[in-house]
Design a protein around this ligand. Structure first.
Ligand SMILES: NC(=O)c1ccc[n+]([C@@H]2O[C@H](COP(=O)([O-])OP(=O)(O)OC[C@H]3O[C@@H](n4cnc5c(N)ncnc54)[C@H](OP(=O)(O)O)[C@@H]3O)[C@@H](O)[C@H]2O)c1
Length: 332
């Protein structure tokens, strides 16, 4: 029995389980020359998938209705007629939300289960780690002694950004949604300070207190009022790295926000959005640093692992409720 999850309807506001449909199919899968039969092991759920569920213009085409959703997946090769892969290999790539599927092997990378747990290739040794490294180093351009503020700090990308910041000699302040997450930032990830945006009345004052020398780099994963509060604290020549904006992904109306331009002008600051693939040329360098730091215990990570193929949509929706710490993945 092969299970598939398709996009049934485009979410309006928060996604709901009725936007997804579960299909089952008894057909036998048989592969041709050059193909692989894959069995899904882990599925990555990510906030950016919300954008692909809507049909608004973006950097990548929307998911099609009644077609499988796809995201980062780790799969086991059950059978191979492709010289590059053997049965028993594990691969990572953008694959459908299916329990089993056929692939030509295009875009798939072999991953080594003896070097790191398989799920890490969807997180710190995958797109998450690359996003953290590229945005911080290429746009943030950190210099030792500077102050970095990270929003979404206890999430997959944010927790890696903060740790790289510490390795590079920065003062690092994380913003997250619970006291438990703030504690995690300080105890597990080595952040210098943390702020719970859900219980802090005056975010601008709290950031000023945590960053007495002002903010040189802001790595933004969330946008909205949290980012507005950071803008009041930026230094001259600050760099604002716009990675994500999860606080507005489910908005049905254009959000009202303060005007960022005066902050940029007054401080000769740079604000730049990016997509991780912009920096493909430095992926080998980034992976080398990430895997070395991980092996040297300079980097660590945490994951929220949800069990069962049928729970993929729920795990995805839980990202918007802050139910994950670190990378959210679903294990089959
Ligand atoms: N530019 C790129 O190429 C790229 C690549 C990967 C990811 N991203 C973006 O980076 C961001 C982080 O992605 P991730 O995979 O690491 O996800 P994540 O941070 O692990 O998970 C999402 C987190 O966002 C926080 N959140 C949810 N709703 C929020 C709200 N209304 N206001 C503030 N925080 C909210 C929650 O944490 P709290 O409990 O702290 O609220 C939640 O745990 C996302 O915006 C994503 O789209 C961009």
């Amino acid at each position: 029995m092969i299970k598939t999850i398709v996009l049934k309807s485009r979410p309006e506001g928060k996604p709901s389980i009725s936007d997804f449909e579960f299909l089952e199919d008894d057909a036998e899968l048989s592969i041709k020359d050059g193909e692989l039969l894959l069995e899904t092991t882990y599925v990555s759920v990510d906030p950016y998938l919300r954008g692909r569920m809507s049909d608004a213009k973006s950097y990548t085409p929307p998911f099609q209705l009644n077609k499988p959703i796809h995201s980062g997946v780790i799969a086991k090769v059950l059978e191979s007629k492709n010289k590059k892969f053997e049965a028993g290999d594990y691969v990572s790539g953008m694959l459908d939300w299916k329990t089993k599927q056929i692939s030509t092997g295009e875009g798939l990378l072999k991953v080594d289960a003896s070097k790191a747990p398989l799920s890490a290739y969807l997180g710190i040794l995958g797109m998450t780690g690359l996003t953290a490294y590229t945005g911080l180093t290429q746009i943030g351009k950190p210099k030792a002694g500077e102050t970095l503020v990270v929003s979404g700090a206890a999430g997959a990308v944010g927790s890696v950004v903060g740790q790289i910041g510490k390795i590079l000699g920065l003062r690092v302040i994380g913003i997250a949604g619970s006291d438990e997450k703030v504690e995690l930032l300080k105890t597990k990830f080595g952040f210098d300070a943390g702020i719970n945006y859900n219980t802090t009345e005056n975010m601008t004052a709290a950031i000023a207190e945590a960053a007495p020398n002002g903010v040189d780099i802001y790595y933004d994963n969330v946008g909205g009022p949290i980012s507005d509060a950071v803008f009041f604290n930026i230094n001259q020549f600050a760099r604002l790295v716009i990675c994500g904006s999860i606080s507005v992904y489910n908005n049905t109306e254009i959000p009202k926000s303060i005007s960022v331009q005066p902050f940029l002008i007054k401080n000769s600051a740079l604000m730049q959005g990016f997509i991780v693939s912009n920096y493909e040329v430095i992926f080998p360098e980034a992976m080398k640093h990430l895997s070395t730091w991980l092996a040297e215990d300079k980097l660590t990570y945490t994951e929220t692992i949800v069990q069962g193929f049928d729970n993929i949509p729920n795990a995805f929706m839980d990202l918007f409720e802050g139910k994950n710490k670190g990378k959210m993945v679903v294990k089959m």
